[in-house]
Design a protein around this ligand. Structure first.
Ligand SMILES: N[C@@H](CCC(=O)N[C@@H](CS)C(=O)NCC(=O)O)C(=O)O
Length: 223
């Protein structure tokens, strides 16, 4: 039995999607960012910082999505979701695995400021502007690599596409994507994958975004 501790549309979606790609079913425990369920003492025994994803698998409990992805790929090499240790693409795989969290940390900062802060707290326009610029910069290496290949590894779809691909559905709330046609085409390819579609069907409704786009607030847009 595999159990995924999950918040809809959060980073735990990466694992839900990867499990679908691997043909593995799981039981899902659902939580919410806003209702205090991530601070429940029973959940904190599983994920000490109160974060998702956490995965119960093979008698182990693992938190941190890159660690979960790496564990699933290494324990199930026949899934073909990651190059082996000696493979020529291994370095690319590890690099994108970590880069996904570089990008996601900027998204987390933007989410906190723009989506989750409640009055009287207000977002800093200067910090939001800086974060959006930093986020845009993280799209440039993706745009470049996706100019010549369909997936992040030249050999084809792999687990790092679930790590980084997930992020892109949040990036579009903050960055005008017209300048990144290769990334847009990549998102379209992702949306056509049956495993992505079945994971979305299991995911549940996202509770983060109430608008299609969040522009830099007044005071941060000028130079
Ligand atoms: N590096 C961790 C980050 C996990 C993380 O921060 N998840 C967010 C959801 S995307 C969370 O659980 N936030 C809850 C909170 O901040 O209270 C991972 O990739 O698993």
């Amino acid at each position: 039995m595999i159990r995924l501790h999950h918040v809809s549309a959060s980073r735990s979606f990466r694992i839900l999607w990867l499990l679908e790609e691997m043909g593995l079913s799981c039981d899902i425990s659902h939580y919410s960012i806003t209702d205090g369920s991530l601070r429940d003492p029973d959940f904190l025994k599983i994920s000490p910082a109160g974060r998702v994803p956490a995965l119960e698998v093979d008698g182990k409990v693992i938190f941190e999505s890159p660690a979960i992805v790496q564990y699933l790929c290494e324990s199930r090499p026949l899934s073909g979701m990651a190059p082996g240790v000696d493979h020529a693409e291994r370095v690319d795989f590890l690099q994108w695995l970590s880069f996904a969290e570089t990008q996601a940390s900027i998204l987390a900062s933007l989410n906190l400021q723009v989506v989750f802060l409640r009055p009287p707290a207000v977002a800093s326009p200067a910090v939001v502007k800086l974060d959006v610029a930093r986020l845009r910069k993280t799209l440039k290496p993706l745009e470049k690599v996706l100019a010549t290949q369909e997936w992040l590894l030249a050999s084809g779809f792999s687990a790092v596409d679930t790590m980084l691909g997930y992020n892109l559905f949040a990036v579009k709330y903050f960055v005008e994507m017209d300048a990144f046609p290769n990334v847009l085409a990549y998102i379209e390819r992702i949306e056509k994958r049956p495993a992505y579609q079945s994971a979305r069907a299991l995911d549940g409704a996202q509770e983060f975004y109430s608008k299609d786009f969040y522009p830099v607030p007044e005071g941060g847009a000028g130079d």
